[in-house]
Design a protein around this ligand. Structure first.
Ligand code: FMN
Ligand code: SF4
Length: 507
């Protein structure tokens, strides 16, 4: 007899297989898994790729796509008879505007992407060939777990998923847990507007990721690795599946599971990701306990971003000190995404601490007269060009009231209305709030509404309570989304006050 909840982890995949959430599919999945229908409705309705069955074109709503004409694209597609849905950032900012067709295939209308040219001195070297012999894993086995962690420490590797937390602490913490059932989880849910670096690693260097994960599993004694990858990344999922099949002999008794996301940005937050992996709504958990203590299935779990893991093989092959020296103001090289008003948008591997001007030079120069930039995705807000020589690293940007985050740099030239840019970012947060805490659920809605009111009426009165509400959000939210969702408005008001007065003066 089936136990209720026994197969809960499969329900989202099964709903997708059935074509999405409908009365029939929910009943069928409940029958197959023993999970109550109410739970299946609750989980399924959370995910935008399955909660409204039916085929339609999905047009990206991210900041860069909006700047590059997404609105017009959506109108044109509607006029040609297509059913159109506006969706969160598709992670194609370098080729903006972007859309997915009815069968989830990517259609882009902008430039082609660029990457750093092949250079074997770069730790990730996106343009280079894969090491199919996995020499770093062999070395890790020779060195032993503690020596591997010492090498990560010498490398000064900080997590590349946004927070910049030193990687070696997490590896040691998982090893110190009493529970011997442990997991490794790779966060490939990349969805922050402006960010598309993991996409290129997944496409071009999947073996680098798998080798890094195998080293992690060896060190923390995990037998199962889960890669949670955003569902819209069709080509990247195929690339990863091919690499997993090729790597079978190297992986030994470790199993790699590929779990697809289903269209919820918040599932990039590590504990929301774990909930989602367990077949639930992707709602962040309260921390502590941290995933290293109680993660997947409440067991010790080592979680890392794709790029963090992709740095590990070269750290072991060439040494922690070598990696550390590849950075300028902080350790190592970094994959910077750059899009918006630059000539050659793409992913450039550069020393951590490169400046905006230097990065844009790699990207072929500015397109038009630059006015502002968003250094690390929507969560980082906007900075004026007086910061063009600031090192793009974790500390310098935090000191400037922003953040490096996922290093999704977007340049805005002086044709963009800053208040409108703020409204685009706020729409994103409002739509992607999971809704479990009031300050975030209500605050994201309130801020977006007030900025729209300002754009429509030009009256500054509509903005007078926004800083109080922002404070509530920062102080009262469970996770990083609510804690930073006001940043686009706060930073733009601080650095571009004229953008929030002009219209009222005109009245
Ligand atoms: C709202 C939100 C979204 C996030 N999205 C991602 C993401 O898409 N990919 C990612 O690696 N980390 C993301 N993070 C950070 C993760 O919670 C976590 O810190 C990271 O996966 C840890 O890996 P690292 O130590 O290698 O950086 C997000 C955090 C928040 C608060
Ligand atoms: S802060 Fe927002 S996204 Fe995070 S848990 Fe609360 S409601 Fe959900």
């Amino acid at each position: 007899m089936k136990r209720h909840g026994a197969n809960r982890e499969q329900i989202i995949e099964l709903l997708e297989h059935e074509g999405g959430v409908t009365e029939q599919s929910v009943r069928k999945v409940s029958g197959e898994t023993g999970v109550p229908e109410a739970d299946i409705w609750g989980a399924g309705m959370f995910y935008s790729l399955i909660n409204q069955p039916g085929k339609r074109v999905r047009v990206c709503d991210g900041l860069t796509c909006q700047m590059m004409g997404a609105e017009q694209l959506a109108e044109d597609l509607k006029e040609s008879g297509k059913e159109v849905e506006r969706v969160i950032c598709l992670g194609q900012c370098d080729r903006a505007p972007a859309s997915l067709d009815e069968t989830m295939n990517l259609v882009t209308y902008g430039k082609t992407t660029h990457i750093s040219p092949e250079n074997s001195d770069l730790p990730m070297n996106l343009g280079g060939a894969e090491d199919m012999a996995w020499s770093a894993l062999a070395k890790a086995r020779e060195m032993g777990a503690e020596a591997v962690i010492e090498e990560l420490k010498a490398a000064g590797l900080q997590g590349r998923g946004g927070a910049g937390f030193p990687a070696h602490f997490k590896w040691s913490s998982v090893r110190q847990q009493v529970d011997q059932e442990r997991y490794v989880v790779c966060n490939a849910d990349e969805s922050e507007p402006g960010t598309f670096k993991d996409r290129e690693v997944l496409l071009r260097r999947p073996h680098l990721i798998l080798e890094g994960l195998a080293i992690a599993a060896h060190v923390v004694h995990a037998k199962d690795i889960f890669i949670y990858i955003r569902g819209e990344f069709t080509n990247e999922i195929a690339s990863l599946k091919k690499a997993v099949a090729e790597a079978e002999a190297m992986l030994g008794d470790v199993t790699v599971h590929i779990a697809k996301g289903h269209g919820a940005y918040i599932c990039g937050e590590e504990t929301a990701l774990l909930e989602s992996l367990e077949g639930k709504r992707g709602m962040p958990r309260l921390k502590p306990p941290y995933p290293t203590e109680q993660g997947f299935r409440n067991k010790p779990t080592l979680m890392h971003n794709v790029e963090t893991i992709a740095c590990v093989p070269s750290i072991l092959r060439r040494g922690g000190t070598w990696f550390q020296e590849q950075g300028r103001t902080e350790a190592g090289s970094k994959l910077y995404c750059i899009s918006g008003h630059v000539n050659n948008p793409g992913v450039y591997e550069a020393p951590l601490g490169i400046t905006l001007d230097e990065l844009v030079e790699l990207a072929g120069g500015y397109d038009g007269n630059p006015n502002s930039f968003s250094p690390g995705g929507a969560s980082s807000g906007f900075l004026p060009m007086k910061y063009r020589d600031l090192p793009l690293d974790y500390k310098s940007l935090a000191d400037a009231g922003s953040m490096l985050g996922s290093a999704g740099v977007v340049v805005l030239n002086d044709t963009i209305d800053m208040a409108q840019a703020v409204a685009w970012q706020l729409e994103f947060f409002e739509r992607e709030s999971c809704g479990q805490c009031a300050p975030c659920r209500i605050g994201t809605q309130y801020l977006r509404r007030q900025v729209h009111k300002y754009l429509e009426t030009g009256t500054v009165d509509s903005l007078k309570m926004t800083s109080d509400v922002s404070w509530e959000m920062e102080e009262g939210s469970i996770c990083g989304l609510g804690m930073v969702a006001f940043k686009p408005l706060q930073t733009a008001q601080e650095h571009f006050p004229e953008a929030f007065q002009k219209r009222s003066e005109k009245q």
